[in-house]
Design a protein around this ligand. Structure first.
Ligand SMILES: *[C@@H]1O[C@H](CO)[C@@H](O)[C@H](O)[C@H]1NC(C)=O
Ligand SMILES: *[C@@H]1O[C@H](CO)[C@@H](O)[C@H](O)[C@H]1NC(C)=O
Ligand SMILES: *[C@@H]1O[C@H](CO)[C@@H](O)[C@H](O)[C@H]1NC(C)=O
Ligand SMILES: *[C@@H]1O[C@H](CO)[C@@H](O)[C@H](O)[C@H]1NC(C)=O
Ligand SMILES: *[C@@H]1O[C@H](CO)[C@@H](O)[C@H](O)[C@H]1NC(C)=O
Length: 482
């Protein structure tokens, strides 16, 4: 009987016993427990974790707080635990420091929580600013006595910047233009100009538009007082298709350091051609071009390019495609230059291009020397594509990890050069070779034999190059010569 009563009493005690919770308040100075010596002090925390907690999205200044959670060690020292103190140091342009003390409402009677796990608590507080490094430290109270180690745990948190979907609603970020949508569109009008359109912001009136492709190709300042769609034409030097547009705004709150926006340069669409008025003009232009084509054909066929060949195909049927073997020097970026150049040849110069990079399997089967010899025979023209820009500069503008196909052409270029070298000293074969530069002026000394070939500058002399190609006599006669 008494046993039953005893166990009932024990049961009541457990039911009545309150579970400890936390009550937290700011405590920036030292804790009062510091000044007193404690015979027993609690051990350190078992675990400390910090994450961002978005609190209320409808508030004017979107509040982002830290959710700091910790776990207590399940050991006997928990009996002397009264509170846990958390201090946060923030480091951005200035330093901040603040502490919170969380008192446990009850003394701990048991080492584990009623559910059987470790005691776990969390505190949501400490407003988070964008792009800031926070050091979060926590220790239990009473602290260790003087000359004893104070056990504490610390973690780091780097808050996201103003472009983060949560952070961008913070007042500070809005002032730096986080919600401004410039909607950048940019297109290459011609080799020397890029047109950039964007919507200006009410936050400022000065912008810098930079076109870059690894290196800066051109820039322009824009001044606009009110928010509007604005258009600027930027003078550029170099290849701009696929380049990046960087829009740098100057706003009052952030000066030079505001959120920068990016866009990509595309090819301008010829929307005008849809205009019926323009259609007639285009037709007229095409008619003129056909006339020019016929004239060039006639000139080439009769006296300029052709010495042994009399018959030029009638203008009514298009001549067969011109076979062009393109050998690119290893300094030339594959994706940005070789591909671009080849596309140009195919689209504008009626050329069928032979490229080592596309025939790796065949080269492996035949061997590079046989392959090159066969291609030289088959081709109407051999183009050496050269660049004086070093590989380093090339890699920079290609972006890392993109230049892999260059490796195969790397071995082929010197080989092709040496193989075809004997032709370069013979007038009858020389006509077959063309040198095209991408930037730079002269071939490297290693390839000085190429000096005697006709040279064209990519893409400045694109039309002249095309004309030279279109002047080529049909393949059959070339094969006879070589
Ligand atoms: C926590 O306890 C300390 C010492 O008893 C007291 O000074 C402080 O006001 C308490 N804080 C809160 C938030 O209850
Ligand atoms: C957010 O705050 C508004 C007013 O400040 C309040 O009416 C709303 O209930 C809050 N929402 C949440 C999810 O806390
Ligand atoms: C804070 O973190 C704890 C532990 O991860 C979680 O249980 C709690 O729901 C979080 N609170 C908020 C407001 O996010
Ligand atoms: C916090 O960051 C600092 C500086 O980057 C580093 O020295 C320290 O080890 C980090 N601490 C933790 C707990 O990650
Ligand atoms: C820029 O705006 C002008 C005028 O509205 C328009 O003609 C042009 O196509 C636009 N260009 C780009 C790149 O969006």
């Amino acid at each position: 009987m008494s046993l039953v009563l005893l166990s009932l009493a024990a049961l009541c005690r457990i039911i009545l016993m309150q579970e400890p919770t936390i009550q937290c308040g700011s405590e920036n100075g030292p804790s009062p427990e510091w000044t007193v010596r404690h015979p027993l002090t609690p051990g350190d925390l078992r675990h400390l974790r910090v994450e961002l907690a978005e609190t209320n999205a409808t508030r004017v200044d979107h509040l982002v707080l830290m959710n700091i959670s910790w776990e207590l060690r399940a050991d006997a020292s928990i009996l002397s635990l009264k509170a846990t103190k958390i201090c946060v140091t923030g480091k951005s342009s200035f330093q901040s420091y603040s502490c919170v003390r969380c008192n446990y409402t009850e003394a701990f009677q048991r080492q584990t929580s009623p559910s059987g796990g470790k005691w776990t608590f969390s505190y949501v507080g400490f407003p988070v600013a964008p792009s800031t490094l926070y050091f979060i430290g926590a220790h239990n109270i009473p602290n260790a006595n003087m000359n004893e180690d104070t056990p504490s745990l610390s973690v780091n948190l780097t808050s996201p910047g103003c472009q983060d979907p949560i952070m961008k609603h913070k007042k500070k970020c809005i002032e730096e233009g986080s919600l401004w949508d410039p909607h950048i569109t940019a297109c290459k009008k011609d080799e020397e100009t890029v047109e950039v359109n964007f919507t200006t912001s009410p936050l400022g009136n000065r912008y810098l538009v930079v076109i870059q492709y690894g290196v800066v190709l051109g820039f322009s300042n824009v001044q606009e007082n009110r928010p509007t769609r604005t258009s600027v034409v930027v003078q550029v030097k170099g290849q701009t298709e696929g380049a990046t547009v960087q829009l740098i705004p100057y706003f009052q709150s952030c000066g030079n350091d505001c959120i920068r926006r990016r866009g990509t340069v595309e090819l301008c669409l010829q929307t005008d051609s849809l205009n019926t008025g323009m259609v007639a003009a285009w037709l007229g232009l095409m008619f003129v071009m056909v006339l020019v084509w016929v004239l060039i054909g006639w000139l080439c066929g009769t006296w300029r390019c052709d010495r042994g060949q009399k018959a030029f195909p009638p203008a009514t049927t298009l001549p067969p495609l011109i076979k062009v073997l393109v050998v690119s020097s290893p300094e030339v970026c594959f994706y940005h230059t070789v591909c671009y150049f080849i596309e140009f040849l195919q689209k504008h110069c009626r050329s069928e291009v032979i490229l080592a990079q596309w025939q790796k399997k065949k080269i492996a089967e035949m061997g590079p020397v046989q392959w090159l010899t066969a291609q030289k025979k088959a081709a109407d023209k051999v183009i050496f594509l050269l660049s004086n820009v070093g590989s380093a500069a090339c890699d920079e503008s290609c972006g890392q990890g993109k230049g892999s196909p260059r490796e195969s052409s790397q071995d082929l270029f010197p080989l092709a050069f040496n193989l075809f070298c004997s032709d370069l000293s013979s007038q009858t074969h020389l006509h077959k070779y063309i040198v095209v530069y991408f930037r730079g002026v002269d071939p490297k000394d290693d390839y000085s034999a190429l000096h005697i070939c006709p040279k064209y500058h990519l893409m400045r002399e694109a039309t002249a190059l095309c004309t030279a190609l279109l002047c080529v006599t049909p393949r059959t006669s070339v094969e006879k010569q070589s």
